[in-house]
Write a protein that binds this ligand. Structure first.
Ligand code: HEM
Length: 127
């Protein structure tokens, strides 16, 4: 129905958890990205990204209850994110998005947002 949130339309929490689980399966095998992530707190990292995306798309506001205002660019300042890091992040996210097998229109909306967000997170010139 028209008024349904995107969060509900794609299947709610379970879908976002699957997306992020699959994304991190790619990240842990990525020699460029994995060193940036907290190996000792992979479950925590999965939780933070899942909760953020759920909140962004109209689900529960648990992310901000726990973490406050997202301020994502600021939170990424500790990490050097150039074009290569952005593209690697997007490659794993693309695999993850496709794995959901969403209806085309929903898939496109999710993917377009992720591409835009990833481009906005770049904070370093390419070497
Ligand atoms: C956290 C890298 C893009 C959302 C992180 C962390 C790293 C990272 C290393 C720390 C993991 C943790 O402890 O939670 C990157 C890289 C990106 C990227 C290399 C490439 C462009 C994005 C995008 C989004 C996003 C596009 C949103 C759509 C988040 C969130 C957190 C996070 C919500 C947890 C923030 C917190 O509450 O502390 N990211 N990220 N990231 N990232 Fe990214």
């Amino acid at each position: 129905e028209e008024s349904q949130s995107f969060y509900d339309a794609v299947g709610g929490e379970e879908t976002f958890r699957r997306l992020v689980r699959r994304f991190y399966e790619g990240v842990v095998d990525d020699p460029l990205l994995w060193p940036m992530y907290p190996a000792e707190d992979l479950a925590g990292a999965e939780d933070r990204l899942s909760l953020f995306l759920m909140q962004y798309w109209g689900g529960p506001g648990t992310y901000s209850e726990r973490r406050g205002h997202p301020r994502l660019r600021m939170r990424h300042n500790p990490f050097v994110i150039g074009g290569a890091e952005r593209d690697a992040w997007l490659r794993h996210m693309h695999d993850a998005v496709l794995s959901l097998e969403l209806p085309e229109e929903l898939e496109k909306r999710l993917w377009d947002y992720l591409v835009y967000a990833a481009h906005s997170m770049v904070n370093a010139p390419d070497a």
